[in-house]
Write a protein that binds this ligand. Structure first.
Ligand SMILES: Nc1ncnc2c1ncn2[C@@H]1O[C@H](COP(=O)(O)OP(=O)(O)OP(=O)(O)O)[C@@H](O)[C@H]1O
Ligand SMILES: [Mg+2]
Length: 291
């Protein structure tokens, strides 16, 4: 039986903005089995990043619990938190904003090595950085270059190398391909998939829709207004969506067949009539929908 690397139980994250209560994440529960990818999809503001930040222990929690290897993040000792910071890394949507423009790529990738005292000396760290560059498909001379000298896709490879430097177990990939050309998106997804296989990593992959994530995800969590409206194995959610919001998300996925593309109907999700309250009900094995 696969064990869960993470278990998220009734997680809520509330914010106060201009005297309004924002339920950014509202009673969310799901598990992330070790070695798998969970795809989190939903429109802007649905609570994806807030969930990811809570799981990575860099964002607040209002109530609920997050277990890592069965232990609650809130019960971590200082030493456990330190180890957790190494084991859990984030990759962001906009690699340019996430990279220091005045810092050489090698320095950026090497920061984690220094922070966690990995690599015996400067030479060992430099060798490691060159290995990491090769791993993400970049030439070794990238080490002495600056972020602006690279394309968007290459910069995302740098962001991935930086995350991998500390030999993590888990990556929160927060829309890592959303800012890239469609032709580049598949390359980055393939790279992430290969790295996952080689290093037995576990991923949380955040995206707006299912167009790319379904290729890499074992299971899908669909969020809407802070709630999970549907979750299940990717094949079930992708091919037999149950919730109207998931159906709307899927209707926006580009189709390979141009005739189909021409005649397809984009379903507009009518939030006024769709059910977004209630409880998750299991419709098939592991396939839940909010009803
Ligand atoms: N620090 C904060 N203070 C106040 N409100 C916040 C904060 N962080 C997030 N929110 C609000 O919480 C809600 C969920 O935001 P979140 O960033 O998690 O959504 P998202 O699904 O990641 O959206 P996007 O696809 O645009 O990245 C939004 O209404 C957002 O404005
Ligand atoms: Mg976000």
């Amino acid at each position: 039986m696969t064990k869960n690397l993470f278990e998220i139980k009734n997680l809520s994250v509330h914010f106060h903005k201009n005297h309004h209560l924002i339920k950014a994440v509202d009673q969310v529960s799901f598990a992330i089995p070790a070695g798998t990818t969970v795809g989190i999809v939903g429109e802007s503001g649905s609570g994806k990043t807030t969930t990811g930040r809570a799981i990575a222990k860099i964002g607040p929690i209002t109530s609920g619990e997050i277990l890592f290897n069965g232990q609650s993040l809130s019960s971590f000792t200082r030493q456990q938190t330190y180890q957790f910071r190494r084991q859990v890394q984030m990759v962001f949507q906009d690699p340019f904003a996430a990279l220091n423009p005045r810092q050489k790529v090698g320095t950026t990738i090497g920061e984690g090595l220094e922070n966690f005292h990995l690599g015996a000396n400067r030479h060992a760290r430099e060798t490691k950085i060159i290995d990491l560059l090769a791993e993400v498909g970049l030439p070794s001379d990238a080490i002495n270059r600056f972020p602006h000298e690279f394309s968007g896709g290459q910069r995302q490879r740098i962001g991935i190398a930086r995350a991998l430097a500390v030999a993590p177990k888990f990556l929160v990939l927060d829309e890592p391909i959303s800012a890239l050309d469609v032709s580049i998106q598949a390359q980055i997804v393939n790279l992430l998939h290969n790295i996952q296989q080689q290093q037995q990593l576990t991923y949380m992959f955040i995206a707006h829709d299912l167009s790319m994530v379904h290729h890499i995800s074992d299971s899908i969590v669909v969020m809407y207004h802070g709630k999970i409206v549907e979750t299940g194995p990717t094949q079930l959610v992708y091919h037999h969506p149950l919730h109207p919001y998931t159906k709307a998300l899927l209707s926006a996925v580009p189709h390979a067949d141009p005739i189909y593309e021409q005649h397809k109907r984009i379903i507009n999700f009518d939030s006024t009539t769709a059910v977004t309250s209630g409880h998750l009900v299991e419709k098939e094995a592991q396939h839940f929908v909010l009803a």
